[in-house]
Design a protein around this ligand. Structure first.
Ligand code: ATP
Length: 265
């Protein structure tokens, strides 16, 4: 159940962006979308969010094709945090978080008490309650990212889609944001470039290359030296963490990029 992609194909400008994509998370799982630049991670997220529509295949929200749902119905279930989630308008954190309640408002307004409770819960969950009246331009990158996640949580979604949520964050904030997301009782899809962070925080990972799935499974099954070389053309040593058992990647100088890609088509 949950939010699933079934045999998706999607082209843009005559270019096959995604082909034969099936991802079927169990409710509550954190799914890492991995793959080189241009492999299709953001495109898949936009299809899962219902922002774009596949040419072939279906995006199912539980058992319902997302195409048959109204925008507002989807937004009540699926929240997104974009790579470039930012605002030029200098509003306060709490006003940003309140935007998450828009899908819950009807023509005659919404339930103000429920809105306030959801906003308070989202601020508390992301550790932003004490920052709620700060102006956007005074926030650090990590605080802005937390505010955007709070806005998504105020939506009270069952599914959360995040496109490189750790971009531009220092390592402490990367760990903090991903711990926060992984602990949420939601189904999450996270596009990530950092294989070590994906290994630490994702229940399962899906690796895309040239718009196709080239590997999928638990991080320990998927993130191997062979995979890193085949997909990224980079030599690496992969060891299993002695305490937690997840794979840990150390890169070795001297990539293998010069060789022709052998990614299966
Ligand atoms: N609207 C579009 N028109 C033409 N090509 C597109 C369009 N959207 C995506 N693409 C192409 O689809 C491919 C996948 O892009 P996408 O942004 O999904 O990859 P990505 O894995 O998220 O990349 P990155 O890691 O660089 O963010 C790229 O080759 C991109 O140029």
């Amino acid at each position: 159940m949950s939010l699933q992609a079934k045999n998706i194909q999607w082209s843009r400008g005559g270019h096959l962006v995604l082909d034969g994509i099936t991802v079927e998370p169990v409710a509550g799982e954190t799914i890492g979308l991995l793959g080189p630049n241009g492999s299709g991670k953001s495109s898949l997220l936009s299809l899962l969010a219902g922002i774009a529509t596949p040419d072939v295949g279906r995006i199912l929200l539980d058992d319902t094709d997302i195409r048959s749902l109204r925008r507002r119905q989807v937004a009540r279930r699926v929240a997104t945090v974009d790579q470039h989630a930012d605002t030029e308008v200098d509003i306060t954190v709490i006003d940003v978080v309140r935007l998450g309640r828009i899908p819950h408002r009807g023509v005659f307004g919404g339930d103000e008490a429920a809105d306030a409770r959801a906003v308070d819960r989202a601020l508390a969950h992301t550790g932003m309650a004490s920052n709620s009246h700060r102006l956007w331009h005074t926030l650090s990158g990590g605080e802005r990212q937390r505010a955007q996640i709070a806005r998504a949580l105020a939506q009270e979604p069952a599914e959360l889609l995040l496109d490189e949520p750790t971009n531009h964050l220092d390592i402490a904030h990367q760990l903090e944001i991903l711990s926060l997301v992984a602990e949420l009782p939601l189904t999450s899809y996270i596009a990530l470039h950092d294989l070590n962070l994906a290994a630490m925080f994702c229940d399962r990972v899906v690796v895309l290359a040239q718009g196709r799935i080239v590997a999928a499974g638990t991080p320990a099954e998927v993130i191997t030296e062979e995979l890193v070389e085949r997909v990224y053309r980079v030599r690496a040593t992969v060891t299993l963490d002695a305490v937690d058992g997840y794979p840990s990647v150390s890169y070795r100088p001297g990539s293998t990029r010069a060789r022709e890609s052998s990614i299966p088509g």
